[in-house]
Every structure is written in C-alpha cells, then in structure tokens.
Design a protein. Structure first.
Length: 115
C-alpha cells in the first residue's frame, strides 16, 4: 500500500493508467493517507479499458473515490482533473465521478481515441 502521510510538502498528484479493482482502491487509500496541506492538483487519467463489463463494481469503487475527492476539494480548495479517451460504450467516464461533476468541482478533458 502506498502511504502518503509522511509527504508533508506534496503539491501535485497524478494517477495514470487507472483501472478498476485494486488500482482505484489503491488511489482512494493513498489519498486518505495524505497529510499535506499543500495539495494543489490531482490528475486522474484512466486506462482505456476503464469501463469493464462489471459496471456495478466499477461504479462503487469510483463512487468511493468521488466522495473522497469532494472532501479534498472542500478542505484543500483544489480542483481535480479527469483526462480520458473518448469511447462509445453506453457508459461515460464522467459518470464515474458523479458528485464532483454535479457540483462542477472537476475539470474534464476528453482526448481522441488515437492518443
């Protein structure tokens, strides 16, 4: 497990290649351990295959992360960024962070599928 509690001057975090399962849970756990008051930026860049067939499991993991990011936004005055590739699968990546999206607390960037 990645413990960020001793990184008191941490300012920027970027999570790339984020997948379902342990990766999303790992991010949630790592962010829960953050003690730095200097956090300015959190970037999440999901893997191309983020919307796997088990939507219920994916949805719950991301909802846990969504709630935590809302708390971090309110306590650290940050604005997370979600960068993802556009795909046509019926489910949309911003749906994974519904509360952040609803509150307008996240910057969402779509990249072309070929990137």
């Amino acid at each position: 497990m990645f413990d960020l509690s001793s990184t008191t001057k941490l300012k920027h975090l970027k999570f790339s290649g984020v997948r379902t399962g342990l990766t999303v849970q790992w991010i949630t756990t790592a962010l829960q351990s953050v003690k730095s008051k200097n956090i300015q930026n959190i970037v999440i860049n999901p893997d191309d295959n983020i919307l796997e067939p088990d939507w219920e499991q994916v949805h719950q993991e991301w909802q846990d992360l969504d709630r935590l990011l809302v708390q971090l936004c309110m306590t650290h005055s940050i604005r997370p960024q979600l960068i993802y590739k556009v795909r046509n699968e019926g489910k949309v990546v911003p749906d994974l962070l519904p509360e952040l999206t609803r509150r307008g607390m996240v910057d969402i960037f779509e990249t072309p599928p070929s990137w």
